[in-house]
Design a protein around this ligand. Structure first.
Ligand SMILES: C[C@@]1(CC(=O)O)C2=NC(=C\c3[nH]c(c(CCC(=O)O)c3CC(=O)O)Cc3[nH]c(c(CC(=O)O)c3CCC(=O)O)/C=C3\N/C(=C\2)[C@@H](CCC(=O)O)[C@]3(C)CC(=O)O)/[C@H]1CCC(=O)O
Ligand SMILES: NC(=O)c1ccc[n+]([C@@H]2O[C@H](COP(=O)([O-])OP(=O)(O)OC[C@H]3O[C@@H](n4cnc5c(N)ncnc54)[C@H](O)[C@@H]3O)[C@@H](O)[C@H]2O)c1
Length: 237
C-alpha cells in the first residue's frame, strides 16, 4: 500500500531524464507547481518546442545523454527514458544518493508513482491504482473533472479569506467543527453552485478577482456569516 502525500515542490530542484511523451507529461505538471526543473534528454518531444522558445528561469532543457553528475543536489528524480536498462541504472544511482525516484516503466523500482490529478483551484483530487491500470486513473480523473466544478474553487477562495477570522473569533472547537461541516455540506455547496450558474463565474473571474467574483464572494460571505450566527446562538438551521 502506498502513502499519499502532497509535496510542496515550489523552487525545489527536480531532474527528469528523458524528454519524450511521458517525460513531457511529468514536466508540464512540475512546471505548473513551480518546481525548478532540469530535463536531460538525447532528443526532445516536439511538445517541448514552445518551452525552448520562451526559456524561463525555472527550467533547463539539456540535449545530451544522462550523466551521473546530473543527480547532484536533486530533490526528486524522474527516469523517463525509453530504455529500461538506463532507467534501472538511474534508480540504482539515485538510491545510492538517497534521492527519491519515479521510474516510468518500473513501479517496483520507484520510490513513488504519480497519480492522475484534477486541480480545481485549491482543491486537488487524485487517483491511482497501485500501478495496475493507469488508464483507469486517467478515466477517474476525467470523471472527477465533470463532478467537481468551479463551485469548489469559488468556495475555497472565499474560505481562504474567512477561515483565519473564524478560527480567531470562535474559540469553541465543537462549534467551529459544526460551522465548517455546514459550509462543506451539500446544502451550502448547492448555494455556491447556484451562484456560479447565476453569475456565470469562470475560472478567470476567480483568478483575477474580477467584479463578478467580488459580487459572488460578498454574497457567500453574508451566507457564511448567517451560518456562524446560527451556530453560535445554537439555533437549529
Ligand atoms: C496516472 C498517470 C499520471 C501521469 O503520468 O501524469 C500515470 N500514467 C498515466 C497514463 C498512462 N500510462 C500508460 C498509458 C497507456 C495505456 C496503458 O497502457 O494503460 C496511459 C494513458 C495515456 O497515456 O493516455 C501506460 C503505462 N503507465 C505505466 C507504465 C509502465 C508499467 O506499467 O510498467 C505503462 C506502460 C504499460 C505498457 O504498455 O506496458 C506506469 C505508471 N503510470 C503511472 C501514472 C504510474 C501508476 C499510476 C497508477 O497507480 O494508476 C506508473 C506506475 C509510474 C508513473 O508514471 O508514475 C497518467 C494519466 C494522467 C491523466 O491523464 O490523468
Ligand atoms: N509512466 C507512464 O505514465 C507511462 C505511460 C506510457 C508508457 N510508459 C512507458 O514509458 C516508456 C516510453 O516513454 P515515452 O513514450 O516517453 O518514450 P520516448 O521514446 O518518447 O522518450 C524517451 C526519451 O528518452 C530519451 N533518452 C533515451 N536514452 C537516454 C539517455 N541515456 N539519456 C538521456 N535521454 C535519453 C530519448 O531521446 C527520448 O527523447 C515505455 O517503456 C513505456 O513502457 C510509461
Amino acid at each position: 500500500m502506498d502513502y499519499p502525500i502532497n509535496l510542496d515542490l515550489n523552487n525545489k530542484d527536480i531532474l527528469i531524464v528523458g524528454g519524450g511523451r511521458v517525460g513531457f507529461r511529468k514536466f508540464k505538471r512540475l512546471f505548473f507547481v513551480g518546481a525548478n526543473i532540469t530535463v536531460v534528454s538525447r532528443e526532445f518531444n516536439p511538445a517541448f518546442d514552445e518551452y525552448f522558445k520562451n526559456d524561463k528561469e525555472n527550467y533547463n532543457l539539456l540535449q545530451r545523454s544522462f550523466d551521473e553528475d546530473d543527480l547532484k543536489n536533486k530533490f526528486l528524480v524522474f527516469a523517463a527514458t525509453g530504455n529500461r536498462k538506463t532507467n534501472e541504472d538511474i534508480a540504482y544511482l539515485a538510491g545510492k544518493e538517497d534521492i527519491l525516484v519515479n521510474i516510468i516503466d518500473n513501479a517496483g523500482l520507484s520510490d513513488f508513482t504519480v497519480p492522475a490529478a484534477h486541480y480545481r483551484g485549491k482543491l486537488l483530487l487524485t487517483a491511482s491504482t497501485d500501478s495496475i491500470l493507469p488508464a483507469l486513473s486517467r478515466k477517474i480523473r476525467k470523471d472527477l473533472e465533470e463532478k467537481y466544478g468551479i463551485e469548489y474553487q469559488l468556495l475555497l477562495e472565499v474560505m481562504t479569506e474567512m477561515r483565519p477570522g473564524i478560527i480567531k473569533k470562535i474559540s469553541d472547537m465543537k462549534i467551529r467543527r459544526k460551522i465548517f461541516r455546514e459550509i462543506a455540506g451539500d446544502i451550502f455547496l448547492k448555494k455556491v453552485k447556484n451562484i456560479v450558474n447565476k453569475e456565470k463565474i469562470t475560472e478567470l473571474d476567480i483568478n483575477q478577482k474580477s467584479t463578478t467574483y467580488q459580487k459572488a464572494a460578498d454574497y457567500l460571505i453574508d451566507e457564511i456569516a448567517d451560518i456562524i450566527e446560527a451556530f453560535v446562538f445554537d439555533k437549529n438551521i
